[in-house]
Design a binder for this molecule. Sequence first.
Ligand SMILES: [Zn+2]
Length: 141
Amino acid sequence: MSSWENDTTQAAIALPEPSATEISEPHWQACKEQKLLVQQCSNCQSYTFPPEKNCPQCFENTLAWQQSSGKGKIYSFTIVYRPQTPAFNTPYVAAIIELDEGWHMLSNIIDCDIDKLAINQAVAVCFEKRGKSVLPMFRTV
Ligand SMILES: [Zn+2]
């Protein structure tokens, strides 16, 4: 038995929320408006996520926010049975999503049958409120 399984303070532990930075703030603000934003370089056209100050491909300060379709496919995933903190309900799915624009992001797949998930399965973004934040999540389509 782990030290926290029967811990009566477990309910008081909140799920972690993202800490927006000056660079990532537009992404998190857009999530509150049910929009998924990604940076695209106007010099080399590559997409960048997580948010950066300069383009990691050409190093120019030419990144601009674009709205993603929010549609993509499962690039990779794992099913988590032992969470980082006891606040998480398990099992849950951590996945790398390949968006239709060709960029990747780490997220969760929710409301799914975890036994039927597959690489390349189509997914679409959805948004989940957590505390004062709104997180981009994905559902199978
Ligand atoms: Zn670039």
